[in-house]
Design a protein around this ligand. Structure first.
Ligand code: SAM
Ligand code: SF4
Length: 351
């Protein structure tokens, strides 16, 4: 047997092992992160199979409203950072947010994601008020993605009726995290995630792929952290450089690497909900569909009103263009091309 065919057997059997259930060691995950691209179709097929067995063929939808692009943090990668003077800032009014939630309801999507920068003008009392009103008027399941808040705040949100929270850990490397998020500590982020889990939120974490200084070893630690946290949702997206941030010159065409990490996340965490992120379609027109065939099972269409959408400028070229009805029609026809259908149920993680 030549050394090439030996190594082929090795990668394929590692993927087979992972597909059938047993946990991969850190060394094995690193091997799969470093294996030649030739094996990617085999990896994606295995992840797709596990997705089918564990969470079925349907795609769960979450409608997202980006209600404020004000942010008090200064993350080096993000266009909303407070140091970006060029951004035209907005806050949606209560009535605008509620009207958008009604549109999501009208499209039969059962859950809404309220996302913003870290904006203390939206105080805990205001957010709780908003949660209660959306619940009362629409009955939608509410997911929050507001960044780091105190445990007491999280407790108030859950008492007001919020059920889910998205807070990506971004990177498991302490050094990279502390460098990219000035004044922040990875430990505090993880503490928030532990608090959310303890309070009973369906909790989402995740990372960016293609960050400066990131190695396969760090990506393996990201995957192990997702498993250790027993996160219910995993947002795994490529880093995309924004021209008005300090990382403007970092090139990233990490489509294949992002899909590889996503597929491994499916193999390692089994029954989690994994979105095919909009950032993937920014890198490649077929990126989102490719993710749905490599382990992903969730799509989060952006319902932010047109007048604000382009100003939620995390990275360039990201918006799902068009009205709610246009976005939904495009998604439906895209999903048909890969033989998948929409599911209008709540899409809780089945444990
Ligand atoms: N402020 C909250 C937070 O940081 O958790 C929620 C909003 S933040 C804009 C949502 C996500 O955007 C972050 O978790 C981060 O992963 C992602 N993000 C920010 N800048 C990005 C970039 N340049 N490329 C890809 N994703 C980015
Ligand atoms: Fe603010 Fe979140 Fe962007 Fe950081 S990633 S600058 S916390 S919006």
């Amino acid at each position: 047997m030549t050394s090439i065919s030996k190594s082929k057997t090795n990668f394929r059997s590692l993927i087979d092992k992972s597909q059938s259930g047993p946990a991969l060691s850190r060394e094995e995950i690193i091997k799969l992160l470093k294996m030649p691209d030739d094996y990617l179709p085999y990896l994606f097929t295995a992840a797709d199979q596990v997705r089918k067995e564990q969470v079925g063929d349907e795609i769960f939808l979450r409608g997202i409203i980006e209600f404020s692009n004000h942010c008090e943090r200064n993350c080096l990668y993000c266009g909303l950072r407070c140091g970006n003077q060029k951004l035209s800032r907005y806050r949606m009014s209560f009535d605008e947010i509620i009207a958008t939630a009604h549109q999501i309801k009208k499209e039969q999507i059962p859950t809404v994601v309220l996302q913003s920068g870290e904006d203390s003008v939206f105080s805990t009392a205001i957010i709780c008020n908003l949660i209660e009103r959306i619940q009362r008027e629409t009955g939608l399941i509410i997911t929050l993605s507001l960044g780091e808040r105190s445990q007491a705040d999280y407790e108030s949100y859950t008492q007001a009726g919020a059920r889910r929270y998205l807070l990506k850990h971004e990177t498991a490397s302490r050094e990279i995290y502390n460098y990219l998020r000035p004044g922040c500590k990875l430990e505090s982020r993880l503490q928030c995630l532990f608090s959310l889990k303890k309070l009973g939120f369906e909790t989402g974490t995740g990372n960016m792929v293609g960050l400066p200084g990131q190695t396969p070893e760090i990506l393996a630690d990201d995957l192990l952290l997702m498993k250790e946290l027993d996160a219910d949702m995993l947002g795994i997206g490529p880093f995309i450089a924004h021209p008005d941030t300090p990382l403007r010159d970092i090139e990233n065409d990490a489509l294949d690497l992002t899909l590889r990490v996503l597929a491994l996340a499916r193999l390692i965490t089994r029954n989690t909900n994994i979105p095919a992120t909009t950032a993937l379609s920014t890198l490649h027109p077929q990126g989102r569909l490719q993710a749905l065939q490599a382990g992903a099972n969730v799509v989060m269409p952006d319902f932010t009103p047109e007048v604000y959408k382009s100003r939620y400028d995390i990275y360039p070229g990201r918006a799902d263009a068009g009205s709610a009805a246009e976005i939904m029609a495009k998604l439906k026809s895209d999903f048909q091309t890969i033989g998948r259908t929409l599911l209008y149920s709540t899409g809780d993680r089945q444990k």
